[in-house]
Design a protein around this ligand. Sequence first.
Ligand SMILES: Cc1cc2nc3c(=O)[nH]c(=O)nc-3n(C[C@H](O)[C@H](O)[C@H](O)COP(=O)(O)OP(=O)(O)OC[C@H]3O[C@@H](n4cnc5c(N)ncnc54)[C@H](O)[C@@H]3O)c2cc1C
Length: 401
Amino acid sequence: MKQQILIIGAGFSGMWSALSAVRLLDQQQRLDVAVTLLAPQAELRVRPRFYETDLASTVAPLGPLFDTVGVRFVQGSATQIDAASKRVTYRDASGNQAELRYDRLILASGSQVARPPLEGIEHFTFDIDSLESAQRLEAHLRSLGQQPESAARNTVVVVGGGFTGIETATEMPARLRAILGEQTDIRVIVVDMAKQVGGALGEELAKIVADASASLGVTWRLGSPVSRVDKHGVQLGNGERIAASTVIFAVGVKASPLTRQINGERDPHGRLHVDRNLKVLGQDAIYATGDTAYAAVDNLGNHALMTCQHAIALGRSAGNNAAADLIGVAPIAYSQAKYVTCLDLGGWGAVFTEGWERKVVLTGKEGKELKTQINTQWIYPPVADRETALAAADPLIPVVA
Ligand SMILES: Cc1cc2nc3c(=O)[nH]c(=O)nc-3n(C[C@H](O)[C@H](O)[C@H](O)COP(=O)(O)OP(=O)(O)OC[C@H]3O[C@@H](n4cnc5c(N)ncnc54)[C@H](O)[C@@H]3O)c2cc1C
């Protein structure tokens, strides 16, 4: 029987883990090891684009790519990880339970939007965390066009003023006007706990976010949390009430709940602490990658963020190193010194920063051109050609040069 590398998840980190594992096994001519990937769909869902209107183009099929390189795809959702017996239980597409065994496991099941325990959050809020939730928001926005004009209909509240909240809010004026008409008196309001706009982003970037918000008519309510949501709007902790038919939560993400099934230390986001080769600390056969891994990117104390920029590189490293460990060749320590951001600011353009201090390098139209290139080309899967795809999975290729 072949030895098994099992990957849970077909996002950025899972897809790249699969390709890099196959790449190394191919190089070492190890036909005795199989790579299997378990996920609900054989497709890469490009989460960084879920604040956009055109959601159809945010899904890239992976079936032909997996077939070409020889990754076995199993459709299903993992429900239980048993590290002692090296088995994963999953529910298949028909709801039946089944099992997969592994010699090395790579957990690449990503993350989910954090949902604080607030009254009304389950029934009266939207998010853009998954394809399904982004589609639900888009359908709801379209339905506003059939409703009679009111302040609530014309108002979108975005809760959370970090990267995702800002991209969602700054895109919203154009999305709303396309549905409600150019002359409609729309309101887009970001509610954030910070004392200043873009409080957590660094001073230079925060100032640009404030300018872009002002030019797009996006306003901010700062320093007070949302305390309750109902059908007609939100209540803030400071007593203010905002009438709104659309409330979108973007208050950060939590690592996949599967992380809790693995014994090990976790960071406040639920990510598993891993060593430099991305093996979960305290485990001998389990690797974590992408949004499930709390991984050092350098020797200076910086750690990977829950971004696709990190998930791509973490994936290439995890796949390579899990395969290397299994067949007894030297691993390549994960390292990703360069960190950039490219923040979409809707009709204002976009802003590109470099370094952990987020030094602004490009803004406006130039920033937007780069953002479009990143979001529509760079982060998409390689073409379904064996040689090209495996070459692209080299863990030494920097995501950002
Ligand atoms: C709206 C939004 C905007 C963003 N913008 C940016 C950005 O501009 N730049 C950036 O770098 N990052 C951005 N991100 C973050 C980025 O999308 C994530 O960091 C990235 O997707 C993480 O990759 P991953 O492979 O770890 O997880 P994911 O991409 O989430 O993939 C997880 C995979 O695991 C599967 N899975 C989950 N549970 C199970 C299970 N139980 N069994 C089997 N499979 C399972 C899922 O179906 C999926 O295939 C954004 C995210 C969002 C939501």
